[in-house]
Design a protein around this ligand. Structure first.
Ligand code: IMP
Length: 423
């Protein structure tokens, strides 16, 4: 059997959680392959709204096994709070959620380092979620990290101490104002480690490859978005992992030739949270309307998201890097009520038009070129079939399909599981 991938094509927050949740009944296994608690995957069903941070979005489906892959970074403290939040759903977590021994742990000092690093950058800060993601991946590639499997070792505490002490001297080096009580943070950390130990640690690459041989179906769930990829995103304003399709192979131990479909999720417009270039960003009433109607506030940090028109230059790039085979368009309902919609099809770059994402996309380097499309007034949130959608929206959808040369399979018209139109 093969693996399908589901990932975001913009700067995150595309609505991946909802789609994984909609798709999970079709898969035996849902596996997260990168990122950590910087993610906030929102699911809504039966009048309940739930945000998942590290746990895969298949956890609400009785039949699916959920795996946290080696490419993920785990903060035990956040993770245990997440487990507590799930208690009311009576899910048999122990038999349904497995963690890779090779996943790296976020230490309290990683979070402090994140804060110190950002504070030291001043205006040039990344706008990190401050969850310790960057410092943890730095320790991973620097070969200093502590992994889930280390919890089972007798000298776990010594390993922890050595790394935390090293971090402490790095924090001091930053020489920024940071208030914290490390002893308290460490008590919280080790209490959470004890809870984590109640779950099953696995060699997830072995588990997944065996499952494939047995004919099981796997959906790999990405976090953040392609434009936040450490290699292909808008560096340095990116996250510290490979959010693109290749990240699923390294983050789960799955060979590239096992990947079949790549589902690319995008919003009908564009948002970004944190710093960094955003060519189609709006600073006017239209942007404010998108933010208000789309409730564009970060599910992890609560920060207001920046909003702008759909950017097909960036989207085309993401489709190419990921090898997207099917597109899922989210939040179509948020665009109801605009007389005219704009879609960016090219950038003016160095005196020429380009439809390729250049190295520099800061406002002084690129000017977006837009085509205009007629908007629609109808409220889409109660619609259930493609035929019911207004003609202008169908034209909007079909224009995107022609430009990207990939079919849009699903149009989402609201946050609930049921507000999902198959095309
Ligand atoms: P970090 O991954 O927390 O270090 O954040 C790096 C950048 O990625 C910042 O601009 C964050 O706002 C952004 N980011 C990280 N995770 C997410 C996400 O799940 N959704 C949207 N943006 C994110």
């Amino acid at each position: 059997m093969t693996v399908d991938l589901l990932l975001g094509l913009q700067w995150g927050d595309e609505g991946k959680g909802k789609i994984v949740d909609v798709l999970t009944s079709k898969y035996d296994i849902i596996a997260r392959f990168q990122g950590g608690p910087n993610a906030g995957h929102t699911l809504e069903f039966d009048g309940i709204k739930h945000v998942l941070r590290t746990i895969p979005s298949g956890i609400f489906h009785e039949k699916s096994v959920n795996i946290i892959g080696n490419g993920v970074v785990i903060d035990p403290v956040v993770f245990v709070k997440e487990l507590e939040g799930l208690e009311k759903f009576n899910i048999d977590i122990v038999s349904r959620l497995f963690i890779s021994r090779k996943a790296h742990l976020i230490l309290p000092t990683h979070r402090l380092l994140d804060a110190a690093s950002e504070a030291s950058k001043g205006k040039a800060k990344i706008g990190s979620t401050l969850k310790g993601i960057g410092p943890t991946y730095m320790d991973k590639t620097g070969r200093n990290g502590i992994r889930v499997g280390d919890i089972e070792l007798v000298d776990f505490k010594e390993r922890y101490r050595a790394l935390a002490d090293k971090h402490q001297s790095m924090i001091d080096f930053y020489n920024v104002d940071l208030e914290y009580d490390l002893a308290e943070l460490e008590t919280e950390f080790f209490t959470a480690i004890e809870e984590l130990k109640k779950l099953t640690f696995i060699d997830s690459e072995e588990y997944l490859n065996k499952a494939m041989k047995e004919g099981k179906t796997i959906l790999a769930e990405g976090a953040q978005g392609s434009l936040l990829d450490i290699d292909f995103g808008t560096y340095p304003f990116v996250t510290s992992s490979n959010t693109t399709a290749a990240g699923a192979c390294t983050g789960l131990g799955i060979a590239p030739n096992k990947v079949k479909d790549v589902f690319g999720i995008f919003k009908a417009y564009t948002t970004r949270v944190g710093s960094g270039p955003f060519p189609t960003e709006l600073f006017d009433e239209d942007g404010a309307t998108m933010a208000r109607v789309g409730n564009e506030f970060g599910s992890v940090t609560g920060r207001a998201r920046r909003c702008g028109w759909l950017d097909l230059v960036a989207l085309k790039y993401a489709v190419q890097v990921n090898g997207v085979t099917a597109l899922y368009m989210m939040k179509g309902d948020v665009l109801s009520g605009f007389d005219t919609l704009k879609i960016c099809t090219a950038y003016e770059y160095k005196g020429k038009q380009t439809d390729y994402l250049p190295y520099n996309i800061e406002p002084e380097n690129v000017t977006p070129v837009f085509v205009e499309k007629k908007g629609w007034a109808a409220d889409l949130t109660g619609m259930t079939t493609y035929d019911q959608l207004p003609a202008e929206l169908k034209e909007y959808i079909e224009f995107i399909e022609r430009e990207l040369e990939v079919p849009i399979k699903v149009v989402s018209v609201g946050p609930d599981r049921t507000q999902t139109i198959m095309k």
